[in-house]
Design a protein around this ligand. Structure first.
Ligand SMILES: [Zn+2]
Length: 171
């Protein structure tokens, strides 16, 4: 089932998400629906708060230059280690049409639970590492627009303010 993707401004996007204690049928359905929603929106990642569920679950599908990628679901993901720094362009399904350059670690070690309940620790690099870092930020209410390079900050603040005003004017 396709889920509605929340766009900025929305309070759920700014909250800390709750850790998941048990992998219920509801969680499995949420993960499946989030994968479907991510693909339908041509995204490479989606975090549960973006569909209005304040829980620590992300789905990612970092694609290579041929548009081929592998889907993964990570529950309660934690970054244990970061190495290197690299600047790269990002967008976000919660900020349609907005792109900016964000500095991220080029490699990370992540610990997460899979849908099977298995705990895994693995390394991600390059684009995959970027996507995972972006999605984990969503679990802590952190949006990429607040992490763009200083030179882009003013334009982004204006963009956010415009979106806030637009939503306020509809209330
Ligand atoms: Zn995002």
């Amino acid at each position: 089932m396709l889920l509605k993707i929340l766009t900025y401004p929305n309070d759920v996007l700014l909250e800390d998400a709750e850790p998941i204690k048990e992998i219920t049928e509801e969680i499995k359905t949420l993960a499946k629906d989030m994968i479907e929603t991510m693909h339908a929106a041509n995204g490479v990642g989606l975090a549960a708060p973006q569909v209005g569920v304040s829980k620590q679950l992300i789905v990612v599908c970092p694609k290579d230059e041929n548009g081929v990628g592998e889907e993964s679901v990570y529950i309660n993901p934690k970054i244990l280690k970061r190495k290197g720094r690299v600047l790269g362009e990002e967008g976000c399904l919660s900020f349609p049409g907005v792109y900016g350059n964000v500095m991220r670690a080029s490699g990370i070690i992540i610990k997460a639970m899979l849908l099977t309940g298995e705990e895994v620790t693995f390394e991600a690099t390059d684009f995959e590492a970027r996507v995972i870092q972006h999605e984990i930020d969503h679990l802590y209410g952190i949006l990429f627009v607040t992490k763009v390079q200083p030179a882009e900050q003013i334009a982004f603040k204006q963009e956010m303010r415009q979106r806030e005003l637009l939503v306020a004017s509809r209330k």
